[in-house]
Design a protein around this ligand. Sequence first.
Ligand code: IDP
Length: 140
Amino acid sequence: MSEESTLILVKPDGVKSGHIGDVITRLENRRYTITALKVIQATPELLQAHYAQLVDKPFYPGIEAFMMETPMVAIVATGVDVINSFRKMVGPTKPEDAMPGTIRGDFGRAWGTQPIKNVVHSSDSPESAAREIKIWFPEL
Ligand code: IDP
């Protein structure tokens, strides 16, 4: 397998609860390379592009408001199979479904809330990763 890159966002609940460092540490422990990293305040435009497939859902306005609560940390991580492997390290969408040892299982605290607050976003496919990296890092 060859190297690939994925887009990771430490969401506002992860920022507020002090888990930026934990996410970075897990990437480094797994020997992924952090190829870009910045603090960025999301806007409705960025979020509508990022969550294009969710914009029409009834819960979308709640997601948009949540994702703008604080600036987020956006990361491009690179390594062999990083997209799928990091998704496994993140765990399923609902923190209450995520096993201990996963980022959402260990650090997700907002169980059963709407919108779902789950510490991090990570790309789910090579196509999503390429699209999302362009949205959050147009300078790359
Ligand atoms: P993922 O983040 O695990 O890839 P997606 O289905 O791509 O999950 O959804 C993106 C984000 O939208 C989720 O992480 C979560 O914050 C929010 N979300 C997804 N489904 C729901 C829902 O049914 N209610 C509220 N929020 C949701």
